[in-house]
Design a protein around this ligand. Sequence first.
Ligand code: FES
Ligand SMILES: [Fe+2]
Length: 452
Amino acid sequence: MMSQEQNDLITRIGPKEPCGRLMRMYWQPAALVDELQGPRAVRPVKLLGEDLVLFHDESGRYGLIDRHCAHRGADLAFGRLENAGLRCAFHGWLFDVTGQCLETPAEPMGSKLCQGIKQRCYPVVEKSGILWAYLGEGSPPAFPEIDCFVAPDSHVFAFKGHWACNWLQALEVGVDPSHASYLHRFFEDEDTSNAYGRQFRGASASSDMPMTKIMREHDRPIINVEHTEYGMRLVTLREIDDERTHVRVTNQLFPHAFVIPMNQEMTITQYHVPIDDENCYWYSIFTSFTTPVDKKTMREQRLATYELPDYKSRRNKANDYGFDPHEQATATYTGMGMDINVHDQWAVESMGPIQDRTKEHLGQADKAIVQYRRMLREEIEKVAAGEKPILCLDDAHARSIQGPGTMDGIGPTQGWEMYWMEVDVKRRRGAPWAAPVPSEIADKVRHLSAAE
Ligand code: FES
Ligand SMILES: [Fe+2]
């Protein structure tokens, strides 16, 4: 349990809040590249509580500027994309991607008013299907050289979805390995050959056992948490018998992402980005270690649940997430359908806009959540003291953050420690792109590295 002050400290992300200052030291997903396609590349974006407008000018540059016009505050999301900038529809003031005002057409000829007018603007870069923005001061950090940023465009696919809750409770689902045995329980296993693009529907490595069966039948996992340079690694063990143990390796990527296996082929890197204190987007980057990602199928699967333009779920609080008591009695734990994303959405939204952590009761199974919150508080304090938090990287350091290793497989009950690394390394060695073996893993499985 924590005090209200402690809960506010780790959840609120406005510009003056300590956690808001921490968040502003990292690149944030602002939109999918897909959203800026089409004839009128202008999108309103709310990020870290700030109202902004994102646009793509005629020469291909991205701009992210204040949504309200510097003249008298009209909404630039309705602006006209022309003359190398975005023109306000009220009196025609024109702004370029740096926020500089270029024209104030209603002013007398020869007026120099525009020269001194600048909208607030933030840098934007395109990476792995996402447009990233930096809302902090000074120069932005480097991106870590993790798999989702190293893989070629053909092997990554990005998508997003809206959740009506604070970012932290959304993230905490990603460091809560035991919930998968309950929230995502299916009473029947499907044919695993039909698993493409679907979380938990494949078979675990080194077996033909569906992940759903393991999660359902082994519901008291042992959770190991290690602190790393990028955040935390979770190794979750479900002992099947004396010989065999199910091992699942997932990662917390500081501050607000996790990296988990989707199946033997792909990983998911998922960011939980604050829109404001009470709403967030998840942005997932799916990274394939085998064939190119079938983006059309992946997109269609997700568009069945998420509606454009805001990527809001068709199943939501207003329709009880499609809750069906008969289904709950016979087919799924939640009665909310087969899409596990909807299960997670219900879990985190039903806690309320900002979970009241003054009333919770944590157990052993919540140990990763406890450790994550401690790390978050420590890093918030560092920023308040003028220091750099973890994963706020310079170029040289960015190269040392690789991987991270993920896997889901059935290995030996004695010796799972090496087993999971071998599975991860073999997948990297077999990838058609140069998937780096993180040095900490390479050091421990030298017999595989020596084969190079
Ligand atoms: S309010 Fe935008 S040009 Fe006047
Ligand atoms: Fe989940």
